[in-house]
Design a protein around this ligand. Structure first.
Ligand SMILES: *Cc1c(COP(=O)(O)O)cnc(C)c1O
Length: 496
């Protein structure tokens, strides 16, 4: 079965998977969605015998139908290799009655690696398939994590370059060190004197600047984006939900066909949407539990049917979930609107004009797959400390938001079904928050002292991603004002 992609705001025109990956966003401003969700081709029992890579092929080949088996297998092999510190790629840890699906064993020890390690390969294959000869230039503005994960994915992938802009005074010392020590002859890191919004706005402007795009084309380049709305990031994320189910089945923890719950710490709604697509493919998932931090727009949406971003933006210890506009939610809205792109467009336009929209009653009914709740900063810290004390398992603040919400869910519903909690970052990525959750005295220590202390307490080896930046040389020191970002891009690409 061929799967094509259409825009959530379009008039039904379709593109192939490779075209959707190359374009990222549809020209009408909508997001690409599959014309049909394919069904799992093999039984869960058969799937449970496969390696991560084999399972990735099973799932991804049903979505990316214009890729040949050789093309897709080669992308998978290049992505899920020894960059991951475990052959399982996404291991399950059973602690205190729940299963933590550890999505942080890749190059930058956070879940973004699961998709960003394969996206560059999907993109270069897509370019070839569409006779695109130009070199792909990825532009990214980052508040810390995504830029690093994107660079780690694109580093030394031929036919691509990546330029990352970050607010010079707006990221943590460890985050900055991770970025400015990035290796790879095709990676460029630029600090800007403004904040993240300035960087983001300037990047968006460059994407849509016809003159700049033409100058690039003349020199053999094209811009592309690696952000989380790309279908090439969504599809690889479905794989680990199937893999988690397959692992539980293989280990005899569940019966074939038994329904399980999934708990996901949510920001842009990409990770949980992948679970939703997995469910539509026939994976026996019951509730999709959407966990938010104090920026609880999604909790309010699931409780009231009103999405309202007009509120204070709160900085929390789970910064990757500090988001007021969850871009991937548009794909769910489109689906519950009965794939009515006019309705979807109307709501999204209301969101950009008034900062809010309300779904109809018939749309709301279809949200019953989801349960939303949130965790405060205090609750999150308490969960980190409690679970460590009870089980010796240390989790990062994003995962702790999910674990807290899962406890609330069980208390409210009495539903004790087997559950998988998406564990989205290593505690080593957020050492200060996790150590201070145990005891405020740790705040006096330096970042690397905290790393050693965490190692001493948990006996979990310090990941390479952290260890190597202690001594890694700084390779990038360019700093510009936001207004000079296009100039920096041209300079980097050697365009006069
Ligand atoms: C990006 C991120 C999230 C949020 O995932 P979404 O797909 O944006 O909902 C959660 N935790 C961590 C550590 C992340 O990096």
């Amino acid at each position: 079965m061929e799967v094509y992609y259409k825009s959530t705001r379009g008039n039904g025109e379709t593109v192939t998977a490779s075209q959707a990956i190359l374009q990222g966003l549809s020209p009408d401003g909508g997001l690409f969605v599959p014309t049909q969700i394919p069904q799992l081709k093999k039984s869960l029992k058969e799937l449970s015998k496969l390696s991560y890579q084999e399972l990735a092929y099973e799932v991804m080949s049903s979505f990316l139908t214009d890729f040949t088996p050789e093309e897709l297998k080669s992308c998978i092999e290049k992505a899920y290799d020894s960059k991951f510190d475990t052959e399982e790629i996404a291991p399950l840890a059973e602690k205190g009655g729940a299963y933590y699906l550890e999505l942080f064993h890749g190059a930058t020890i956070a879940f973004k690696d699961m998709a960003l390690s394969i996206l560059p390969h999907l993109m270069t294959v897509s370019a070839k398939k569409n006779q695109e000869e130009r070199e792909i230039v990825i532009l990214t503005a980052t508040s810390g994590d995504t830029g690093k994960a994107a660079m780690a994915g694109f580093a030394d992938v031929s036919g691509t370059r990546i330029i990352v802009f970050y607010p010079k005074h707006g990221v943590s010392p460890i985050q900055e060190k991770q970025m400015v020590t990035q290796k790879g002859a095709n990676t460029y890191v630029v600090g800007i004197t403004g904040n993240f919004d300035d960087a983001q706005t300037a990047v968006k402007k460059m994407f849509h600047d016809p003159e700049l795009n033409q100058e690039l084309a003349q020199s053999g380049f094209m811009f592309s984006s690696a952000n989380s709305i790309n279908i090439g990031r969504l599809v690889p994320q479905i794989v680990y939900y199937v893999y988690a189910y397959a692992t539980l089945l293989r280990e005899g923890k569940i019966q074939e066909g038994e329904k399980i719950n999934a708990v996901v710490p949510t920001g842009n709604f990409g990770n949980i949407l992948a679970a939703y697509y997995g469910k539509q493919m026939g994976l026996p998932l019951d509730k999709l539990i959407c966990a938010s931090n104090d920026n609880k727009v999604l909790y309010d949406f699931f409780s009231t049917g009103v999405y309202d971003k007009n509120r204070e933006f709160i900085l929390t210890s789970s910064p990757s979930m500090d988001i007021l506009i969850s871009s991937n939610l548009e794909r769910l809205i489109y689906r519950i609107a009965g794939e009515d792109s006019a309705k979807c467009r109307e709501l999204m336009e209301a969101l950009s004009a008034q900062g809010k929209y309300e779904v109809t009653d018939s749309m709301r009914v279809q949200l019953e797959d989801f349960y939303g709740n949130y965790a405060t900063e205090e609750e999150t810290a308490q969960t980190i400390a409690r679970v460590f004390k009870e089980t010796g398992y240390m989790m990062d603040p994003h995962t702790a938001v999910a674990a807290t919400v899962y406890e609330k869910y069980k208390e409210q519903t009495g539903d004790e079904k087997t559950a998988v909690i998406a564990s989205t970052a290593s505690p080593y990525k957020f050492t200060r928050s996790v150590m201070c959750a145990l005891d405020a005295k740790y705040d006096a220590m330096s970042d690397f002292e905290l790393v050693d202390e965490l190692n001493r307490l948990t006996k979990v080896a310090v990941p390479k991603a952290i260890d190597e930046i202690r001594t890694a040389p700084v390779l990038h020191d360019r700093v510009v004002e936001a207004a000079d970002m296009p100039g920096a891009v041209k300079d980097i690409l050697g365009i006069q």
